[in-house]
Design a protein around this ligand. Structure first.
Ligand code: UD1
Ligand code: MG
Length: 451
């Protein structure tokens, strides 16, 4: 086995993204429940980057906070002035000087690049390239840097603004991402000048500089969809659509049935087991795991939830963060579950809210049951034992414990603990007056006739 090579990834995240028309910087906008920056961090990490630097613009505490949250070990470098992509990369000078084996440069606004693509770029370095650049065949090359190639070799990247008519006719374009041989990276970057149409330090010039230094330079090609950058909200929606397409195919390839895949929406981290059936119009927020054999009926919304093997959800169910369903649980229509564990085989079939609760195995929660978990100030817990039976339309006022096997009569408002195997009824007692209705009708009719 080859000794593991160290890898530094530098993520350029300095752009404000004014075309988003947003109070938030572009790289904090989300796709599939994760920020664009988060996608870039995840991809380079999955490609084996063991050191990370995120280059940001000045005064961006929000971007700093996101980096701290998602990658606490990452360095943050500030590019005080925008003087070009090579200048931005050099904001990570200290880390570059540490002499990692591989250096990857990624853009934080290009969230669909797969880890495999970054790994391919590293592999090009391992095969002896000094610089590997990622390109794509552009439907419309306007604005992009053009790849000037000869044989398999990448001769130069020429920016659109610096290109003559012949070069502008080239459709093989630069995606912007690059891999540099780590021990040479600093020498290459430091040799880049700014004598061009924009007086910027272009990272793309690394190709010509590396060749002048006697290094090999190669072009790798990715599909255009994978390297699309986000500049406005329409492009964000387009990237989201492509991501969803990719995830639906992955879920099906892994053994899930999606009846109408185009109506199912996943998050970046949704985990779906085998033989799971997902009906139309289901939305997965972040943090959902669905075990083998579960069924998610139509129009359900899940977030931060665990669905056990063979469990059934919906139609029209909502699982909120902390919903933890064991094997064979049944959650029916118009049921909301939040921060609650539901034991194996328990049933919560209709029109119910269960929040801050522990429900024992095989318990049956009747239609219209509400755990009253909030008094306006504090949340309190409801514990329901195994095999308990909660009659329909009951209000369970927490904190509350209902023992195993206990019954609660329908329509009860339960405020005190119920012992195991007991019956608790808390509602007006039924009274019946024989013949009352007939007598009432007779009197009323007579009064009306006398008018
Ligand atoms: C860049 C490439 C171009 C490629 C295109 C792909 C260069 C010189 N050109 O052009 O060949 O076809 O991307 O989309 O690299 N950034 C900084 N600081 C700067 C300048 C840029 O952090 O001083 C960041 C931006 O926030 C962005 C990325 O680098 O994330 C690319 O910059 P951008 O201005 O969009 O470059 P393009 O002109 O699109
Ligand atoms: Mg750009």
């Amino acid at each position: 086995m080859q000794p593991a090579r160290t890898c530094l990834a530098i993520i350029l995240a300095a752009g404000e993204g004014t075309r988003m028309k947003s109070a938030r910087p572009k790289v904090l906008h989300e796709m599939a429940g994760r920020s664009l920056l988060g996608h870039a961090l995840a991809a380079v990490s999955a490609a084996g980057a063991d050191a990370l630097v995120v280059v940001i613009g000045p005064d961006r505490p929000d971007v700093v906070a996101e980096v701290r949250k998602l990658a606490p070990h990452a360095e943050i470098a500030v590019q005080a002035e925008r003087k070009g992509t090579a200048h931005a990369v050099l904001a990570a000078r200290e880390s570059l000087a540490a002499g990692h084996d591989d250096v990857l440069v990624a853009f934080a606004d290009t969230p669909l690049v797969r880890p495999e693509t970054f790994a391919d770029m590293r592999r090009a370095l391992h095969r002896g390239a000094g610089v590997a650049a990622l390109g794509f065949e552009a439907r419309d090359p306007t604005g992009y840097g053009r790849f000037v190639t000869r044989g398999g070799q990448l001769d130069a990247i020429v920016e659109h603004k610096d290109a003559d008519a012949a070069t502008r006719a080239i459709t093989l374009c630069n995606a912007g991402l690059m891999a540099l041989e780590g021990k040479r990276a600093l020498a290459i970057l430091d040799a880049i000048g700014n004598a061009n149409a924009q007086n910027e330090y272009y990272l793309t010039d690394a190709v010509e500089v590396a060749r002048a230094q006697g290094l090999a330079t190669v072009a790798l090609i990715a599909p255009e969809a994978e390297v699309q950058g986000i500049n406005d909200r329409a492009q964000l929606a387009g990237a989201e659509a492509d991501f969803q397409k990719r995830r639906r195919l992955e879920a099906m390839a892994a053994g899930a049935t999606l009846i109408a895949p185009e109506t199912v929406f996943f998050s970046h981290d949704t985990r779906i087991g085998r033989d799971v059936l997902i009906e139309p119009n289901v939305v997965f927020g972040p943090g959902v795991t669905v075990a083998d054999g579960a069924v998610i009926h139509a129009f359900s919304h899940l977030e931060g939830a665990k669905v056990g093997p063979g469990a059934t959800i919906g139609p029209y169910a909502r699982l909120r963060p902390g919903a933890d369903l064991a094997k064979g649980v049944k959650i029916g229509n118009f049921v909301e579950i939040k921060a609650a564990t539901i034991g194996a085989g328990a049933k919560v079939n209709h029109l119910t809210y269960i929040g801050d609760a522990e429900i024992g195995a095989a318990a049956n929660i009747g239609a219209g049951t509400i755990t009253c978990n909030y008094d306006g100030f504090f949340k309190s817990k409801t514990i329901i034992g195994e095999g308990a039976f909660i009659g329909s339309n009951s209000a369970l006022v927490a904190p509350l414990t209902i023992g195993a096997g206990a019954y609660v009569g329908s329509g009860s408002v339960i405020t005190r603990d119920v012992a195991a195997d007991a019956l608790a009824v808390a509602r007006g007692r039924q009274v019946e007056r024989e013949g009352w209705a007939a007598a009432f009708r007779a009197t009323a009719k007579a009064r009306k006739a006398a008018l």
